[in-house]
Design a protein around this ligand. Structure first.
Ligand code: ATP
Length: 459
C-alpha cells in the first residue's frame, strides 16, 4: 500500500516498541530516537544481514571496529575541520534554521522542477530562493538571512586540567577508521589488493534540517566499506558495487520500482564518479546509500598528515603504489526506515476488519516465531516449546487475550510464524504453525520446527 506520509509508521513504531522519541520524559531531544524491544531486534538483524552479505560472504573483505574518538589530525587530513559544513539560513521571522539546498529541493519537488542543486554556489542559492519567493516551511514568510556555512562536527574536550584541554570530535563518518587502519589490516590479514575493509558504527552530525523520523538524526549508524584497488580496475569495482548495493536492498525486500540510481551533479575534485541509490520514501525520492570513487585522495592525505608511508607493495610485481578507493556507505537507521515503510500494509479481511501487517523479510523480522498456547492451561507445554525454539531463534511468548488478537499483535510487529499449542499437542507433540503473509496454518511435529523455520528465514 502507498503511505501518504510517515505518520502511520511513526505511531506504529511508538505503540509497538520499534522506536521511541529520544529522552521522551524530558519532552524529547530533537532528532534523536531510541530503539525499543522490537526495534533493536529489527536494526540488529539489518546490520547482521549486511555484515553477512558484505563481510562473511566475501573472502577479500575484513572487518574493523575503530574508536569513535580519533586523533584530531585525522579530521584535518580528511578535510572535515576545514569544510564539513552545510549552507544554513535562518528565518528572520520565526527564528528557525534551515538548509538552503533543502529549501530549494523541497520547492523543486513541489513544482516538478528538476535541477542540480548540489552544484549551486551559495550566491546562486540565495538568488534562487529570493527570485522564487521560497517560503519558510515553519511560518510561511520569505525573510531569510544570508547563507552561512554551518559546521556539522560535534566538538568535545579531552583532558583533566581545566583550561588545558584539547578539542576532539565525535566522528561524523566511520570511513576514517578504515583508512587509518589500511596497513594494519593489510599486514595482519595478509590481504592483497584488491581487498576491502568494512565497519558498522555510530556517526554524529549536528544536522540543521529537522529529521523526518529516522531519516536524518544527529546520531546514527553507518554500514560501509572501503575497497582498495588498482586505479586501472577502479571503475570496474565502482560498477560492481553499484550492482551489489542494489541487489542487497532488493533482496531485503525493497521493490525495484521504488529504487533508482542518482549520479552526483558535482564531483569532488579528486573523484572520477559518485552516485546514490535513492528510495521512494513517503517524503519523496531520497538518498539511501552512496557509492563514491575517491581516487587515492584519502590515503595520500593521511600519508601527508601523519608522515607515515601508506604505500602498498605488490608482492608479485614489487610495484609500490597508493590504492584507489571505492567507498560504499549506507545508514543502518535510514535503511531500517525504508524497510519499515516498505513492509507496512493494511489488508481488508473478509469479515470487514483491517489487518495491519509488517511484511518484513523473515531474516530481519524482530521475532522469528511467536509461541502461543491456545489456552492458559496449556502454558506449561508452550513454555517448553519456547525454551526449545529460543535456543535457535528470537521468539516471542504471548498467552494474553484471544488467539485472533494475539495473531494481530504479531502481524503488527512482523513475526513471520506463530506456533500454537493446543490440546492435540499434549497427545502427539505436534503444533500448528501459521504463516504471517498467507495466514495459512499447517501442522508439524515439534521436532521439525527448527529446521522448518531455519530454511524459511535464510538470507
Ligand atoms: P545527506 O545528503 O542525506 O545528508 P550524505 O550524502 O551526507 O547524506 P554520506 O556522508 O554519504 O551521506 O553518508 C552515507 C549514508 O549515511 C547516507 O547515504 C545515509 O544513509 C546515512 N546518513 C547520512 N547522514 C545521516 C543522518 N543524519 N541520519 C541518518 N542517516 C544518515
Amino acid at each position: 500500500m502507498k503511505l501518504e506520509n510517515m505518520d502511520k509508521i511513526v505511531s506504529l513504531c511508538k505503540a509497538r516498541g520499534f522506536v521511541f522519541p529520544g529522552s521522551e520524559i524530558y519532552g524529547g531531544f530533537a532528532n534523536t530516537r531510541d530503539f525499543g524491544p522490537v526495534g533493536v531486534e529489527l536494526k540488529n538483524n539489518v546490520k547482521r544481514t549486511w555484515w553477512k552479505r558484505f563481510v562473511q560472504e566475501d573472502p577479500n573483505t575484513y572487518g574493523v571496529d575503530a574508536a569513535i574518538l580519533m586523533n584530531p589530525r585525522v579530521w584535518d587530513a580528511s578535510g572535515h575541520t576545514a569544510s564539513f559544513s552545510d549552507p544554513k539560513m535562518d528565518c528572520k521571522s520565526c527564528k528557525t534554521r534551515h538548509r538552503a539546498d533543502n529549501l530549494i529541493e523541497d520547492y523543486n519537488v513541489k513544482h516538478g522542477i528538476s535541477m542540480a542543486v548540489d552544484a549551486m554556489t551559495n550566491e546562486e542559492m540565495e538568488k534562487y530562493i529570493s527570485e522564487h519567493n521560497i517560503k519558510c516551511p515553519k511560518c510561511g514568510n520569505s525573510n531569510f538571512t544570508e547563507i552561512k556555512q554551518f559546521k556539522l562536527m560535534f566538538e568535545t574536550h579531552r583532558g583533566v586540567v581545566e583550561g588545558d584541554t584539547d578539542v576532539v570530535y565525535l566522528r561524523p563518518e566511520t570511513a576514517q577508521g578504515e583508512y587509518v587502519n589500511f596497513l594494519n589490516v593489510q599486514r595482519t590479514a595478509r590481504a592483497k589488493v584488491p581487498f576491502a575493509i568494512a565497519q558498522i558504527g555510530k556517526s554524529f552530525r549536528n544536522e540543521i534540517t529537522p529529521g523526518n523520523f529516522l531519516f536524518r538524526t544527529i546520531e546514527f549508524e553507518q554500514m560501509e566499506l572501503q575497497n582498495f584497488c588498482k586505479d586501472e580496475n577502479s571503475m570496474e569495482t565502482y560498477e560492481k558495487f553499484k550492482a551489489k548495493a542494489l541487489e542487497f536492498v532488493k533482496d531485503l525486500g525493497l521493490r525495484e520500482e521504488k529504487l533508482r540510481f542518482h549520479d552526483h551533479d558535482k564531483l569532488a575534485h579528486y573523484a572520477k564518479a559518485a552516485c546514490d541509490i535513492q528510495y521512494l520514501f513517503p517524503i519523496g525520492w531520497q538518498e539511501l546509500n552512496g557509492i563514491h570513487h575517491r581516487s587515492t585522495w584519502d590515503l595520500s592525505r593521511h600519508q601527508e598528515y601523519s608522515g607515515k608511508n601508506m604505500l602498498y607493495l605488490d608482492p608479485v610485481t614489487n610495484e609500490k603504489f597508493l590504492p584507489t578507493i571505492i567507498e560504499y556507505s549506507i545508514g543502518a537507521d535510514r535503511l531500517t526506515l525504508a524497510l519499515l515503510c516498505e513492509a507496512y500494509d493494511e489488508e481488508q479481511l473478509e469479515n470487514g476488519e483491517t489487518r495491519v501487517v509488517m511484511h518484513f523479510h523473515p531474516a530481519i523480522a524482530p521475532y522469528k516465531v511467536a509461541v502461543l498456547p491456545l489456552q492458559k492451561n496449556l502454558s506449561e507445554k508452550a513454555k517448553e516449546v519456547f525454551a526449545f525454539l529460543s535456543k535457535d531463534f528470537m521468539c516471542d511468548y504471548d498467552e494474553a487475550g484471544s488467539i485472533g488478537k494475539r495473531y494481530r499483535r504479531e502481524d503488527e510487529i512482523g513475526t513471520p510464524f506463530c506456533v500454537t499449542i493446543d490440546f492435540d499437542t499434549l497427545e502427539n507433540d505436534t503444533v500448528t504453525i501459521r504463516d504471517r503473509d498467507t495466514m495459512e496454518q499447517i501442522r508439524l511435529p515439534i521436532s521439525n520446527l527448527s529446521d522448518y523455520i531455519a530454511k524459511k528465514i535464510r538470507f
